[in-house]
Design a protein around this ligand. Sequence first.
Ligand code: ADP
Ligand code: MG
Length: 503
Amino acid sequence: MLDLTYELPKPKVISGAKHDWELVIGMEVHAQVSSNAKLFSGASTKFGAEPNSNVSFVDAAMPGMLPVINEYCVEQAVRTGLGLKAEINLWSAFDRKNYFYPDLPQGYQISQLYHPIVGEGEVLVEMGDGTARTVGIERIHMEQDAGKSIHDMDPNMSFVDLNRTGVCLMEIVSRPDIRGPEEAAAYIAKIRQILKYLGTCDGNMQNGNLRADVNVSICLPGQYEKYQASKDFSHLGTRCEIKNMNSMRFIQQAIEVEARRQIAIVEAGGEVDQETRLYDPDKGETRSMRSKEEAHDYRYFPDPDLLPLEIEQAWVDEIAATLPELPDAKKARFIADFGLSNYDASVLTADVASAAYFEAVAEGRNGKLAANWVINELFGRLKADEADIANSPVTPEQLGGIVELITAETISGKIAKDLFEIVYTEGGDPAQIVEERGMKQVTDTGAIEAALDQIIADNPAQVEKAKQNPKLAGWFVGQVMKATGGKANPKAVNQLVAQKLGS
Ligand code: ADP
Ligand code: MG
């Protein structure tokens, strides 16, 4: 495999009134496990169902009901851990996190505080400019989601929908290794990409099946490096946690706004309170939800209804053997095997379907040319139609056929675009279309020469000018192309024009 070494991205620096400040960010990503059933009950997880229709007696916390672990959810958590190059804990346990809320009928959430199923891992986060940073994963644990309280449907009443209650979430906790708003967005995007490759989470942020709590602190330049060397958090500033973010854009805005708020406090001689805050995108500010002093005492304790979760290494190995090729490996392979640029390889590996499509076009053909056609022509055309690669009207075989015709110089680049449009709108076999509609490139120098001679004969004044100024030869090239309906081989035309005009 290709060894990709990167330069580190520069940390975001914000200038206060007195100092320059750097940002330090750690994220807790909540990812809903793609599973048809909930973590401890057989109720459906289908999104958008009639309120309270996906609720079993366990989810409604009826007296005497007992949770039964869903093995499929455990498998997805292990898969996710392996995909994030993390340690899998063969022994883990569930704890009760006690609090009262109307959409949590049990009066506690079952989570994994002391012994999570997944330990330390890492994610390579690449930035658009080619720099990249490895962000540490501290842990991943499984937990139940809560239900939904709805306060805006009636002026006098609140409603509770328990459909989401008990759905399995994975909480992926990062180290505070993220150094700016763009990096934070790139981190979430990468986590989302990996989970989607693994098939363990749909990653649909709008439906809330991927959301994040974002921890932000500020420090003076040099402090972060001291923290890194010692892992001593006292080198870092006090963090605030911005809860429940499910938009990349708002995450970036919230981080910057929150950092500026902290800078103003510290520069005025104050101290940042460790607290949980909410971002208000309309006002462009974060506001306090609860401070550390008011923080709930969750009285975590091991859930007596559930045995510790013991899994076998052999099962973990079995899961590991079924992991798909992940984005980093696929990208490195595309660069090595098809000679793609870092950028093209990133675009083409963004999702599994695009990567598979490209590979089918490129296999046994000119990889770079295939990449150009997939990215520039096909993606561009699909985007204009608001269509998806999954229902592309052009199949990889058809696009591959076009690429072959270009490589063989059967058609010119210009004609290829016309051909693509025909295949896109009408379908058909590219080679056959070229044959039937006379789109073949004219490489026969005799035919090109005849066209050129005619143009020279008709335009004596232009010929004189071009002989004195070789730059004007381009006009003749254009005329020949026009006369041949764009089918003349441009290389042959250029050569002949140069010959005849002595330029
Ligand atoms: P809590 O339950 O209090 O939210 P967690 O351990 O679940 O605590 O998560 C803490 C998160 O805060 C982690 O993602 C961690 O990287 C991040 N974090 C810790 N210290 C800082 C800091 N000084 N600045 C920014 N993020 C931090
Ligand atoms: Mg937290």
